[in-house]
Write a protein that binds this ligand. Structure first.
Ligand code: DGL
Length: 274
């Protein structure tokens, strides 16, 4: 039974719409919990910003989710996971609050996908420059070689719902070629920005058939389920009525229109200041 005085929704945070690609999978796998999604659409993109800015923005949003009653927050954003997660976990967490990211769950299981032991990472400039994927994969699977490429135009394409346009095809094809020319043995590409799965129909056109494309949503959802099974006290702090709430730092009507497409069902959104 829920502990009424302390239990709260699970918070899902992203700089914009990308986290919906993760939230969708989490909510499908774990529909019993309450969730609050917060998109910082007013300040997206994070991927081109400094470490300090990403840390400050992420911390503000995470604390807003704590204020709204969340005890557990998932950073459904690679850039925030790369640049802010560790510092928030080490320095900022109030008692009883937890924050998890999306990089660790992905890097832990990546060896299950590659045979050639050569993988490609497509991510924001911030995630690529942080070298988080290289460092984490080296730690768990030193036999795997990692090739990275940043795609700074992909997030604006998603945020503006310019997904099936000539511009999207141009940039997606160009960036995939840039990654693949680093090694002809890459057999797995990780979409290491949560916005990128929303471009999947375009990405699939330009990735050769023998290369596997990995979206993080299902991986993060499975990892959260296992985490909640292992940590009973945290699981008990998550309320369970199946309720969903959506907040954006920008225009809620615009959020509702785009989130309907990316989340796959209609949503009610409210504006929030952080
Ligand atoms: N969706 C985010 C990520 O996974 C951030 C994109 C951005 O704001 O640049 O990296």
């Amino acid at each position: 039974m829920d502990n009424i005085s302390t239990s709260g929704p699970i918070g899902i945070f992203d700089s914009g719409y990308g986290g919906l690609s993760v939230f969708k999978e989490i909510q499908q796998l774990l529909p019993q919990y309450d969730y609050i999604y917060l998109g910082d659409n007013a300040r997206v993109p994070y991927g081109t910003r400094s470490f300090e800015t990403v840390y400050n923005y992420t911390k503000q949003c995470v604390f807003k989710l704590f204020d709204l009653g969340c005890n557990l927050v998932i950073l459904a954003c690679n850039t925030a996971s790369a640049k802010a997660l560790r510092t928030i976990q080490q320095n900022d967490l109030p008692p009883g609050k937890k924050v998890l990211g999306v990089i660790r769950p992905t890097t832990e299981i990546i060896h299950n996908y590659t045979e050639t032991k050569k993988i490609g990472i497509l991510a924001t400039t911030g995630t690529v420059n942080s070298e988080s994927y290289k460092i984490e994969i080296q730690k768990f699977h030193p036999e795997i070689e990692v090739f990275q490429h940043d795609c700074p135009f992909w997030v604006p394409l998603v945020e503006n719902n310019e997904i099936n346009t000539e511009g999207a095809h141009y940039f997606v094809e160009k960036d995939i070629q840039e990654l693949l020319k680093q090694s002809d043995e890459i057999d797995t590409i990780v979409l290491a920005c949560t916005h990128y799965p929303l471009l999947l129909p375009v990405i699939e056109k330009y990735v050769p058939n023998h290369i596997r494309i990995i979206s993080q949503g299902p991986i993060v959802a499975k990892s959260l389920k296992e985490y909640l099974n292992r940590h009973v006290e945290i699981e008990n702090s998550c309320s369970k009525k199946g309720l969903l709430a959506f907040y954006t730092t920008d225009d809620p009507r615009d959020f509702e229109n785009k989130a309907k497409i990316f989340f796959g069902k209609p949503v009610d959104a409210s504006h929030i200041s952080v």
